[in-house]
Design a binder for this molecule. Structure first.
Ligand code: MTE
Length: 331
């Protein structure tokens, strides 16, 4: 992001076309029966890996999985799993797209606890299992648009963020919610790097009405398996109408606040990254256009650029959150 001169990848970042051709899966129009079988297999594989993972065991596998592919056009394809899990931004493990997949195994994610603080009735230290237990897992197939102008279509599994936040009974004073990623330089080599300009830990935030929006998801899985470390194990946000940097990974703190949180990328480059970060083709990043995006996987010869949609295609559901706001100023 900040350290990149352009939105385009280097040739080493380009996904081989063969990977795409071998692994591509078509999303049938409206998902239909295909979607339900995806749900069943996700439930099965979440259950199957339960012993190995606190993430999986925390989710009750007896309940039926709810599947939603909101906002997707018929025929839009899932991004292959190996791209989703190997082309990552997780600067705690390095600046290159393949660093997280290479180094994130160094992170211990079990046990995991989350501190809850601020304007709520139930602050405290919660085990990961206690945060996500008892909910029916949902699969949400979402577009995922990075501010760097690449995008994917990803099948996440998780719990609506609202359901999790309500557990802590936020008070009427809570106007925003701040999320913080783990700071553990011994296991996160990017946090020890002299080349990193980021002021760790990584912090993100949402307005409460954004956090309570039905599309906001606390993800614990992807492609029917517990989140791999490089995708933000054991729990990360997914906010599909915003640029990907809002979808903070490996969360260890949730704080309810009156004031708008100071977020990592805003502090890094306030001219480049706003607090709201709603996907907006009409507001260019100072160094590149946001009018279109490169849908992964794409090759050097077939860049696969598609027009970027306002709110990443979720405008009908979220635009009302921003009524009366100037989205050029509050970008
Ligand atoms: N969360 C943390 N803690 N650190 C990061 O560097 N990168 C963000 C976001 N969450 C990031 C993070 C950015 S820029 C993007 S695009 C997405 O994670 C990438 O998510 P993915 O690797 O699962 O596709």
């Amino acid at each position: 992001m900040r350290n990149r001169r352009t939105a385009e990848p280097s040739s080493s970042e380009i996904t081989p076309e063969s990977v795409f051709l071998n692994r591509r899966r078509l999303l049938a129009a409206g998902l239909g029966a295909a979607g339900l079988s995806v749900a069943a297999s996700v439930a099965a594989s979440v259950a199957a890996s339960a012993a190995a993972s606190a993430a999986a065991s925390a989710i009750s596998s007896s309940s039926p999985m709810v599947v939603s592919a909101r906002g997707l056009s018929p025929g839009e394809e899932l991004t292959p799993e190996d791209i989703v899990t190997s082309y990552n931004n997780f600067y705690e493990f390095g600046m290159d797209k393949d660093d997280p997949a290479r180094y994130a195994h160094e992170l211990t994610t079990d046990p995991w606890s989350v501190e809850v603080a601020g304007e709520c009735a139930k602050p405290g230290e919660y085990a990961f299992e206690d945060i996500v237990s008892g909910f029916t897992p949902e699969e949400r197939i979402y577009r995922f648009r990075c501010v760097e102008a690449w995008s994917m279509v990803v099948p996440w599994q998780g719990v609506p963020l609202r359901r999790i936040l309500e557990r802590f009974e936020p008070s009427g004073n809570a106007r925003f919610v701040e999320f913080t990623t783990l700071y553990r330089p011994s296991e996160m080599r990017g946090q020890r790097s002299l080349f990193s300009s980021i002021d760790w830990p990584y912090v993100e935030g949402l307005r409460m009405d954004e956090a309570y929006h039905p599309l906001s998801l606390m993800a614990v899985g992807v492609y029917g398996k517990p989140l791999p470390n490089q995708n933000g194990a054991p729990l990360r946000l997914v906010v599909p109408w915003k640029y990907g940097f809002k979808s903070i990974k490996s969360i260890v703190k949730i704080r309810f606040t009156r004031r708008q949180p100071k977020t990592t990328w805003q502090l890094q480059g306030p001219q480049e990254y706003g607090f709201y970060a709603n996907v907006n083709p009409d507001v260019s990043h100072p160094r590149w256009s946001q009018a279109s995006e490169r849908r992964l996987p794409s090759s050097l010869f077939e860049p696969n650029r598609i027009p970027t949609l306002p709110f990443n295609g979720y405008g009908a559901e979220v635009a009302q959150l921003y009524q009366g706001m100037d989205l050029r100023r509050d970008f």
